[in-house]
Ligand binder design. Structure first.
Ligand code: NAD
Length: 439
């Protein structure tokens, strides 16, 4: 491992990343920026071509930076696994979704390991970054890689480092988010730490890959459970006729022992709705039910129904019914200001509204076409904000995602009825808001 250590210290190591998506592209960009020569591998040819043309498809990676790195030959992408034969390190950033049964789907990790196996050579460092259940690195990746005859800690290094990126977050990015690192052996941790320390501000070594895997699951289970709690709080406040948001804001003035979470139409994105199920699946093997995870999932997945109930009641108060009403949904991405609809709960809201006979249209500055149940919707003039006349033409406007680009004053002024699932209209002062219904 002395050779690898020398290459990492002198930045002469060739660094590679498998999977160039929301996680992998920012990561490889950071490695390249730090001075390493990098090779990105992806099975998606269009991503490979775009990177090599210097085009960024991830908002958090500025196109100018990517173009400069490609031009300087610090970064290149490939779909040819042979190109990985000459690299010294591989970080694996492929998807880890759930099957329909909510069991882990680690087929992408297995395929990536297959690629790694075919190019593994002495003096190599492999780091798994995909979120997964505790034990994946030791029980799955290690035997796969050692089946080549090479020995961990002696011939090659293997570690797990959870990815904590928060797409769209300008304050905390790949470089500034501390990186937890757990190697299979102390040498593995040391080598992985050396690599990542060159590109990110802080690396936190832990005693094993299992600990590192569990750190990520604790973080995301913490979020899922607290979001579940605050969503249930919204349901309870609704029954009690209380304003959930006023209560949350007042509670958040406590300077200790309270962390503010806000209700919404449900969980979205690639991580929070998915990751806790990796943990509960693993525990099922040990005959244990992860009750908080199951309960939070039950509450969170009920939220689209709660939103639709709210819309139905609000229309009812105006002597209208869901069936036949024209509804405009503003914002469909899973959170504000991102181009990402993965697991977005707003899609469920739209499906449910349509199921009840509502005529649903949507507007989202980031998403021009949306696949829903039994069809496809096209965004209403998505580049510009809806006009006053457009807003007034619908029986109800549902604020699904609180994009910063929306003019909430114009929405409050012109819409007949608003169901605001994000409390986005709270910024509007001095206007009549009696037609605004919040969660
Ligand atoms: N997106 C996030 O905010 C986020 C945050 C933290 C952790 N994670 C975790 O990071 C991992 C990656 O997530 P992502 O959001 O970057 O996914 P993504 O879908 O954006 O990107 C994954 C990339 O891997 C490629 N790929 C799939 N199989 C491959 C293979 N066999 N070989 C090479 N490339 C392959 C895909 O083409 C795609 O470009 C997941 O485990 C996810 O849970 C994601």
């Amino acid at each position: 491992m002395h050779e690898l250590e020398k290459k990492l210290r002198t930045k002469t190591a060739v660094v590679s990343v498998i999977g160039l998506g929301y996680v992998g592209l920012p990561l490889i960009t950071e490695f390249a920026r730090s001075g390493f020569r990098t090779v990105g591998f992806d099975v998606d040819e269009s991503k490979v071509d775009r990177i090599n043309r210097g085009e960024s498809y991830i908002t958090d990676v500025p196109a100018d930076d990517l173009r400069a790195l490609v031009k300087d030959r610090r970064l290149r992408a490939t779909g040819d696994r042979e190109a990985l034969r000459a690299v010294d390190t591989i970080s694996i950033c492929v998807p880890t979704p759930l099957r329909k049964t909510k069991d882990p789907d680690i087929s992408f990790v297995l395929k990536a390991l297959d690629v790694v196996k075919s190019v593994l050579h002495p003096g190599m460092l492999i780091v798994l970054e995909s979120t997964t259940y505790p034990g994946t690195t030791n029980e799955l990746a290690l035997p796969e890689l050692e089946s080549t005859g090479l020995k961990v800690g002696k011939d090659f290094c293997l570690a797990f480092s959870p990815e904590r990126i928060d797409p769209g977050n300008k304050q905390f990015v790949t470089k500034t988010i501390p990186k937890v690192m757990g190697g299979v052996t102390p040498t593995c941790t040391q080598m992985a730490k050396l690599l990542y320390e060159a590109a990110v501000d802080k690396v936190i070594p832990v005693s094993s890959p299992r600990i590192a895997e569990m750190v990520k699951l604790l973080e995301n289970t913490f979020r899922a459970v607290n979001i579940g709690l605050v969503n249930e709080m919204a349901i309870m406040c609704n029954k009690l006729g209380l304003d959930t948001w006023e209560i949350i804001e007042a509670a958040a003035t406590k300077p200790f022992g309270f962390m503010k979470f806000t209700p919404g139409p449900g969980l979205g994105g690639e991580c929070i709705p998915v990751d806790p199920h990796y943990l509960s699946w693993k525990l099922k093997m040990l005959n244990y039910t992860a009750r908080f995870i199951e309960l939070a999932s039950e509450v969170n997945s009920h939220m689209p129904d709660f939103v639709v109930e709210k819309v139905a009641f609000a229309l009812n108060n105006q002597k209208k019914c869901l069936n036949g009403s024209r509804i405009l949904v503003l914002g469909v991405t899973y959170k504000k200001d991102v181009v990402d609809i993965r697991e977005s709960p707003i899609i469920h809201v739209i499906n449910l509204l349509r199921k009840h006979g509502a005529c649903v249209e949507y507007h989202d500055p980031y998403i021009h076409e949306l696949v829903v149940e039994h069809g496809q919707l096209t965004s209403q003039n998505s580049t510009a904000n809806p006009t006053a006349a457009q807003l007034a033409a619908y029986d109800c406007v549902v604020i699904g995602t609180d994009h910063s680009s929306y003019d909430y004053k114009a929405i409050v002024e012109n819409a007949q009825l608003i169901v605001d699932t994000r409390n986005a209209t709270s910024v509007v002062r001095g206007l009549d808001v009696s037609h605004v219904v919040k969660l």
